[in-house]
Design a protein around this ligand. Structure first.
Ligand code: SF4
Length: 341
């Protein structure tokens, strides 16, 4: 079934920042911060997969977690379906959280080792549909909103949607493979019929053959349920395969954003060119332009002035260290933050 991508954003990040305060500095009066995310504007449209890439420490995971308010932003706005999530509390926030779910990188650490698969997948249903809490599935015969047998049937249905079945209900995570555990985590994320799922490196901890199965499963679930994904990964091949658009982050800033194919084929930002130039092409004798970057990624505690990439950029000009480039639309749907593009 063709996937329809809406023209209105499902979620909008407006000048989103997260500055983690470092301990110490009381005596000197110099409070230091990690500028993990520093003024990101990004819209995700209903029905699309937005891939977010960048080196470790660029802020992509922090950005994804802020969308669910698992990490509270320092400043900025997150508008989900027209509502500013930052201003919600209590029941209103709970109701929005039903619509945004997350799948973490390592299923063995994100799933409770003491809970069986049935409890793990039923947990969101119990938490959101009853005031009784998780322990109730084995004790409480009926829950407001859903009966115990309805929850049991729903858990089996969810497991079947991710390629598992009744035979897995009584297993603990340590009795399953990494791929099966990630399927359980995906089933749990689907339990409340979310609209947006943040996939935080969902295949990085898996074998290559299992990665492909999980990607195909995510693709299939997306078209069946009309889901929207924020797909965070440092695996550029996987991102290219699954994403409709790609955002590239460097040191807490978004530096390039655009449709997947042109961004991969003709990256415009010098950092994106260096990042994607390292991907081998599947065609013999065909090579990408390879840019070797000098030095390491600077510390997010003391990021460079002006353009944050200027300390490593092969095209840097004197002005680049003075003025921070704004994101500008340079082609239809393509945005780049660079003075020279
Ligand atoms: Fe390089 Fe300057 Fe562009 Fe930054 S603004 S990416 S330093 S050319």
């Amino acid at each position: 079934m063709p996937i329809r991508i809406s023209e209105t954003p499902l979620i909008e990040a407006r000048n989103l920042k997260k500055h983690f305060r470092l301990p110490g500095g009381w005596l000197t009066g110099q409070r230091r911060h990690v500028y993990a995310v520093d003024g990101v504007n990004l819209d995700i449209y209903a029905g699309e997969v937005l891939g977010l890439v960048g080196e470790s420490g660029c802020g992509k995971t922090t950005f994804g977690r802020m969308l669910l308010r698992l990490i509270e932003p320092t400043s900025g706005e997150i508008i989900f379906a027209g509502r500013d999530i930052g201003k919600l509390n209590g029941n209103e926030l709970r109701s929005v959280r039903r619509e945004i779910q997350i799948v973490f990188q390592n299923p063995h650490s994100s799933l409770s080792p003491r809970m069986k698969v049935e409890q793990i997948v039923a947990e969101p249903l119990l938490t959101h549909l009853s005031r009784a809490g998780i322990g109730s599935i084995s004790r409480q015969p009926g829950l407001p909103g859903m009966s115990r047998s309805e929850i049991h049937a729903r858990v089996i249905q969810l497991l079947e949607q991710v390629g598992l079945g009744k035979q897995h209900l009584d297993r603990f995570p340590h009795e399953m493979s990494g791929g099966q555990c990630q399927r359980v985590a995906i089933a749990r994320s689907l339990a409340l019929n979310p609209r947006l799922i943040v996939l935080d490196e969902p295949t990085s901890a898996l074998d290559v053959s299992v990665q492909a199965q999980i990607i195909n499963l995510l693709d299939d679930l997306r078209s069946r349920h009309g889901l929207t994904y924020l797909f965070i990964s440092h695996d550029l091949n996987v991102v290219q395969h699954i994403s409709d658009r790609i955002g590239v982050m460097y040191l807490g800033k978004l530096v390039e954003l655009g449709p997947s194919e042109p961004v991969f084929e003709t990256p415009l930002h010098p950092y994106t060119r260096a990042l994607f130039g390292a991907i081998p092409l599947p065609v013999v004798d065909q090579k990408r332009e390879l840019t070797i970057l000098d030095g390491n990624v600077p510390s997010p505690v003391n990021p460079p002035s002006g353009c944050r990439f200027h300390t490593r950029c092969p095209l840097a000009q004197p002005a680049c260290s003075q003025t921070s480039p704004e994101m500008r639309q340079v082609q239809p749907g393509r945005f780049v933050a660079c003075h020279l593009v």
